[in-house]
Ligand binder design. Structure first.
Ligand SMILES: NC(=O)c1ccc[n+]([C@@H]2O[C@H](COP(=O)([O-])OP(=O)(O)OC[C@H]3O[C@@H](n4cnc5c(N)ncnc54)[C@H](O)[C@@H]3O)[C@@H](O)[C@H]2O)c1
Ligand SMILES: [Zn+2]
Length: 361
């Protein structure tokens, strides 16, 4: 097992990464301070892993809530199901919520924990590659609104993140690919050497080679932990983690939540960001091609959905929370491994990127 730490002073917490951690008796239990525990999962993940998780929580007073599965349920109605269960079962302020599932379950459960009785403890047990490399770490929680992705939420750090890499055995290939989008993102924004490693090991990752996956998860979590420790509330460098996301969120909202997976939308968004960076002369063409090639080898889309229009993108991107008073900010690339957050791009070049990537799709 590997243990990484997200260094946040007294709110620091460990990320445990390894095989068969769902059979490890005290990793989770030592992060639970009261008696009452509520495990939140969904109808797909619960039949696979809930029983093993409950076996780890033998000494506690445990209740469970099973949510419907899907990004389209990441909303206030589903959140309310959790509040209702918490109140019906009379969970108090000393309770701990445990999220067992992908990023959707993790984000909703985290927000329930951030807001229930002004904040209770929560733990993350992520079971998708995307959640293991990204969403379970860093404390961003929330739900979608019909008018915008992740528009309602809070920062609320978990007490620990327990990553049992064996849970990926049951994950569909399409979902594994979606997680690889965020893995590629770390190489692009932060670590050119990791990007090279991904180029060399993409076939192994797609073939679910355990060692390659373990390394990709560890390196991704280490980068995320470093960035979150440096800028927990996204006043600066944490925004780099949004590479491809302003385009991606527009795709997710524009096509209807759940049609394009988050990772798929981010993948196309990263290629669009690379294209826009090159139009400014900040990134060379070879780097754009390497980005698109790696995204494509991961089994991910390199262009936006052709049914969307450039104007629809611009409207949806303006809603995205990276738009501040001074205008829309985008994460763009200076090289593979170096990104910047900037409002200083040329609008006509953004239009050119939208027009040309939409017509290429
Ligand atoms: N909080 C953050 O910092 C952050 C970062 C990135 C993404 N996100 C959010 O995460 C969400 C996407 O997460 P996701 O990609 O994990 O999607 P998801 O939670 O919808 O999971 C994908 C699918 O896999 C199923 N599943 C989960 N674990 C499984 C397993 N082990 N075996 C078989 N099936 C399994 C799920 O039931 C679901 O059908 C988006 O809402 C996105 O906005 C949040
Ligand atoms: Zn993401």
């Amino acid at each position: 097992m590997q243990t990484l730490t997200v260094e946040l002073g007294e709110r620091s917490y460990p990320i445990y990464i390894g095989q068969q951690l769902l059979d490890h008796p005290d990793l989770l239990a030592k992060h639970i301070h009261g008696r009452q525990v509520m495990v939140v999962s969904n109808e797909t993940v619960a039949p696979l892993y809930l029983e093993r998780l409950l076996a780890l929580l033998g000494g506690f007073d445990v209740t469970t809530v099973i949510l419907p599965d899907g990004e389209q349920y990441k909303n206030l109605d589903t959140l309310n199901m959790i509040y209702t269960a918490l109140l019906e079962k009379r969970l108090n302020r000393g309770c701990t919520l445990v999220a067992l599932g992908g990023g959707v379950v993790g984000d909703i459960t985290g927000f329930a924990a951030a807001s229930y009785q002004r904040g209770v403890d929560f733990l993350q047990v992520p079971t998708t590659l995307l959640a293991q490399v990204d969403s379970s770490v860093g404390g961003k929680t929330g739900v979608n609104h019909a008018l915008g992705k992740n528009m309602i939420g809070a920062f609320h750090q978990p007490g620990c993140v327990l990553i049992d890499t064996d849970t990926l055995d049951t994950l569909e290939d399409r979902q594994l690919a979606a997680g690889l989008a965020e893995v590629i993102k770390y190489g692009l924004i932060y670590d050119a050497g990791f990007f090279d490693w991904l180029e060399q090991n993409m076939a192994a990752l797609k073939a679910r080679d355990k060692q390659a996956l373990a390394y990709a998860i560890e390196r991704s979590c280490a980068i995320k932990a470093e960035i979150v420790a440096a800028d927990e509330r996204e006043s600066g460098m944490r925004a780099l983690l949004n590479l491809g996301h302003t385009f991606g969120h527009a795709i997710e909202t524009g096509t209807g939540y759940g049609n394009w997976l988050h990772g798929e939308a981010v993948a196309a968004g990263m290629v669009m960001a690379a294209d826009l960076s090159a139009r400014h002369g900040w990134l060379d063409e070879a780097a754009v091609e390497r980005t698109a090639a790696l995204v494509s080898r991961a089994g991910l889309p390199t262009a936006p959905p052709p049914e969307m229009s450039a104007q629809q993108f611009l409207d949806l991107m303006a809603v995205d929370k990276k738009a501040v008073d001074t205008g829309l900010r985008l994460v763009l690339l200076k090289s593979i491994g170096t990104a910047v957050v900037t409002a200083d791009y040329r609008p006509e070049l953004l239009s050119a990127t939208l027009d040309e990537t939409l017509s290429a799709a």
